[in-house]
Write a protein that binds this ligand. Structure first.
Ligand code: MIC
Ligand code: SF4
Length: 647
């Protein structure tokens, strides 16, 4: 039987486990990436593991999220990260060099290799044919120290592309179309593999846009073939020798196939407040726009910014629109500066932001009260922009620029402009001067630690019984932005007690105080949720901070992949309802007990919860591998590793 690209890469990296969908496998990790928002915690954890030498071929630490630097915290954290990079042999990409995923694609991505990153958009590198997966910081630290990652062997869905995109239709519209088909839930355990004749009509940055935002469907990753386009991209980056061909066997078998005719796709928009709320732009009926923001790891490539610059040549944006552009990398910014496109953008009225995440994570350019913001980023969860009442629409660069000019959400085909075809350059400007290369064998480095750097939190072993309260009950599609908001709180990422004050703040500002009080009284906190709990960001703080507040179990209808792994690593018990209707039989404030929980987890037997307040019994299940059960019993991954070492 023929193999898909995913199977080929995973087979060549398999270390343990059976390559059967749904079973746990351990694979070799060739490369890792971290970014500063998750990287401080990952680094603290790496220090606990304290490897003599990293086991990866390449590890890169990027600074791209926390670059606003209001107060001392960000700069101090950067200095800490730089020290850790030098100490352990990690490449360090300085603030201003660009967004991790864009820079990694440009400078480090290699087809056929595996990449584990402490950021949910790590799959961006699938655009260049990597098997690239997002994970919590601890899993990435473990991959750096041990060179492996354990996860569920995926089902592979083939996305068969036909035809080619029409003028004004972009890669972003392709992934928005995919999101309209797959939605944002029910895709856990799947990988999307793009194949078919249509693939070769898409450049690597376009493929990267599609792979990037595949994260919003909840799939493990998305992978493209490595072909002549990939080769041309690598040659243009001065890295032609990294190229290998990668394609599925003729008789490759997919667990499911989706056909997508690129020629039939039209400009699309994701409406507030979910990337899955996708409609054609022409159906949106002229919504007045207050802000347009171009950038983020989805759409900040050279092609994206050149498209914007060409569309804006000789024009100015609508007087009522605030127009922001954040280039994806120093390379992109230099190239548009050198060829004059930057001047077009400035002349048109663009506010040029740093080559960083910026507006995407809500730590700058927050829109106004009740305003409409059209963005080329990948997430429009309520409040993520930094403004609770703002309505964020996600579109392509073409749609965003047409809207900036008209002041209303505009289908670019209706703009009356000539379509600006942008070709990729034969040579990108290569300048790695903001990437600090680690020196060989230098380990005796004193790492700077500012007052913001805390300790990695450690849990206690799972108790024999859980006696507690339902401290909060939430609904479906709770994102990690709901659990652990970012924006202006981002700077507390390396300080768990402080950051924990904001757990669930967008949903219930009192949660943190309530939970801490319970913890101090020796009462366990339990979270109850609905379907697809933990969507979005990989931030392990959405598990670490609840753990710090004494959350012992999370009971939901279903979990998203990265978040459940983070809960397990933190030693929080992830449970699901055997009968989903029992969701109704738990209310906030209910007193519950889970007798013999430790014994039942040890024996892998199903669990009964007693709702003392309602006098009801509820059956709960869990989907944990043997190792994961051990991790839960030990009170989290760090304890488990210590126990292993002691043995
Ligand atoms: C995001 O887009 O939400 C982030 C910020 O990049 C996160 C990582 C984080 O929370 O630090 C992600 O996507 O994983
Ligand atoms: Fe940065 Fe936004 Fe991409 Fe997250 S989604 S890595 S915040 S640009």
């Amino acid at each position: 039987m023929g193999r898909s690209i995913v199977e080929k890469i995973l087979h060549s990296h398999l270390i343990a486990g059976e390559a059967i969908a749904g079973k746990p496998v351990t694979v070799k990790i060739d490369q890792t990436l971290t970014q500063d928002a998750t990287g401080t915690m990952a680094s603290l954890q790496l220090e606990v593991l304290n490897p003599k030498k990293l086991k990866t071929e390449l590890s890169v630490g990027y600074v791209d999220h926390n670059t606003v630097q209001i107060g001392f915290e960000n700069f101090d954290d950067h200095a800490y990260l730089r020290g850790i990079a030098a100490k352990y042999g990690i490449y360090y990409s300085k603030a201003g060099n660009g967004i991790c995923h864009q820079v990694h694609l440009e400078r480090f991505g290699v087809p056929g290799k595996t990449l584990l990153g402490s950021d949910s958009h790590t799959p961006t590198a699938g655009g260049i044919g990597m098997f690239a997966v997002g994970a919590g910081g601890l899993d990435v630290a473990i991959a750096m120290a041990g060179g492996t990652f354990t996860f569920t062997y995926p089902r592979v869905t083939g996305v068969m592309l036909k035809g080619r995109l029409s003028p004004w239709v972009a890669a972003k519209d392709v992934i928005l179309k995919v999101l309209s088909v797959l939605g944002t839930r029910g895709n856990v355990g799947t990988v999307l593999e793009y194949t078919g004749e249509g693939v070769k009509t898409l450049s690597v940055p376009e493929r990267a846009t599609i792979a990037n935002m595949g994260a919003e469907t909840g799939v493990t990753t998305s992978v493209f073939p490595s072909d002549e386009e990939t080769r041309a991209f690598l040659i243009a980056q001065g890295r032609g020798d990294s190229w290998v061909e990668l394609k599925p066997d003729e008789d490759a078998v997919y667990s499911k196939t989706i056909e997508l005719n690129l020629s039939g796709i039209e400009p699309m928009a994701a409406l507030p407040h979910s990337p899955g709320n996708v409609v054609p732009v022409r159906d949106t009926g002229g919504i007045k726009v207050d802000q347009v923001a171009i950038g983020s790891c989805t759409n900040s490539s050279y092609k994206d910014l050149m498209t914007a610059a060409k569309m804006l040549e000789g024009k100015t944006v609508h007087p009522d629109v605030s127009f922001v552009i954040a280039p994806g990398s120093k390379q992109v910014l230099r190239m548009i500066a050198d060829n004059g496109a930057l001047s077009n953008l400035i002349a048109a009225g663009a506010r040029i932001a740093e080559a960083a995440c910026g507006f995407c994570i809500g730590n700058s350019h927050a829109p106004g009260t009740d305003s409409v913001s059209v963005r080329t980023s990948n997430r429009n969860f309520r409040g993520r922009s930094g403004t609770e009442s703002a309505r964020v629409y996600l579109t392509s660069v073409e749609t965003a620029v047409a809207s900036a000019i008209n002041g209303v959400l505009t289908d670019p085909r209706e703009s009356g402009m000539q379509y600006p075809r942008v070709e990729l350059p034969e040579h990108f400007t290569v300048d790695d001067s903001m990437i600090v290369k680690p020196k060989e064998g230098k380990r005796d480095i004193a790492v700077f630690r500012g007052p913001n750097i805390g300790e990695p939190p450690v849990n206690t072993p799972l108790p024999p019984h859980i006696e507690g309260l339902i401290t909060i009950k939430v609904g479906d599609k709770i994102t990690t932005d709901h659990i652990m908001p970012a924006g202006d709180k981002l700077k507390y990422r390396s300080n768990i007690p402080r950051y924990a004050e904001f757990v669930f703040a967008p949903v219930d500002e009192e949660f943190s105080r309530r939970a801490l009080k319970n913890k101090q009284r020796g009462v366990a906190n339990i979270i109850v949720g609905g379907d697809s709990y933990g969507q979005g960001s990989s931030r392990e703080h959405a598990a670490l901070c609840p753990m710090y507040l004494g959350v012992k179990a999370v009971i939901v209808k279903s979990f998203e992949r990265i978040h459940i792994a983070n809960l397990i690593n933190a030693g929080i018990l992830p449970l699901t309802f055997k009968n989903e209707n029992d969701y109704e039989n738990l209310a906030e404030g209910d007193e519950i007990s889970i007798p013999r929980v430790r014994d039942l987890i040890q024996k892998a037997e199903s669990i009964k919860l007693f709702n003392k307040s309602q006098n009801k019994e509820i059956e709960l299940g869990f989907n944990l591998s043997n190792e994961e059960r051990e991790v839960i019993l030990a009170g989290g991954r760090l304890n488990w590793i210590r126990n292993q070492e002691a043995e």
